[in-house]
Design a protein around this ligand. Structure first.
Ligand code: NI
Length: 164
């Protein structure tokens, strides 16, 4: 299973709440679409018992060197602004999503099975051609008041938004 999280925005309590929820699904890989904010959020994300953590930076992630350093200590990978690669057999593109046009261009390209983004703080699950587009919503709950993450079954390409 693939866990999908975005916009944790330093909300440690939220991370402590969603981690066990994701662990119930047995998450193999955790994707984070950015806006961790401070490096101290990262060890909390290690509560998700996954084999691999792949993240991108968000527009509010100012301390990038420290975030990278902390990520490396934890065996996490924060790749930069854009991730493209294979995850559990799926071709995946992930950006924070500051520019909607970039998200839509990845989706419309037909090159990916899954396009992940965040930033809007609103959950979004839809198909563009054969490409599944997922925004898990905001883990922090600061903007909409609704905290959510997502879990994706890579075999069925089915997504569940988990509100917590
Ligand atoms: Ni953002």
């Amino acid at each position: 299973m693939i866990g999908i999280v975005s916009d944790t925005h330093d909300n440690l309590e939220a991370v402590r709440e969603f981690a066990p929820e994701l662990n119930e699904f047995g998450v193999d890989v955790l994707l984070h679409a950015g806006d961790y904010i401070a490096p101290f959020t990262l060890p909390e994300l290690a509560r998700v018992e996954c084999e691999e953590f792949i993240g991108v930076f968000g527009n509010n992630d100012g301390e990038r060197d420290f975030l990278r350093e902390k990520a490396e200590e934890l065996g996490f990978e924060i790749v930069g602004e854009v991730f493209t690669g294979e995850v559990l057999g799926l071709k995946v593109a992930m950006v924070h999503g500051v520019h909607e046009e970039v998200v839509e261009a990845f989706a419309a390209s037909g090159e990916y099975d899954l396009v992940v983004y965040g930033h809007t703080h609103e959950p979004d699950v839809r198909k563009v051609g054969d490409t599944l587009v997922v925004n898990p919503g905001e883990a922090c709950g600061y903007v909409t008041g609704e905290r959510s993450v997502a879990v994706l079954d890579p075999d069925k390409l089915e997504v569940e938004i988990i509100k917590f």
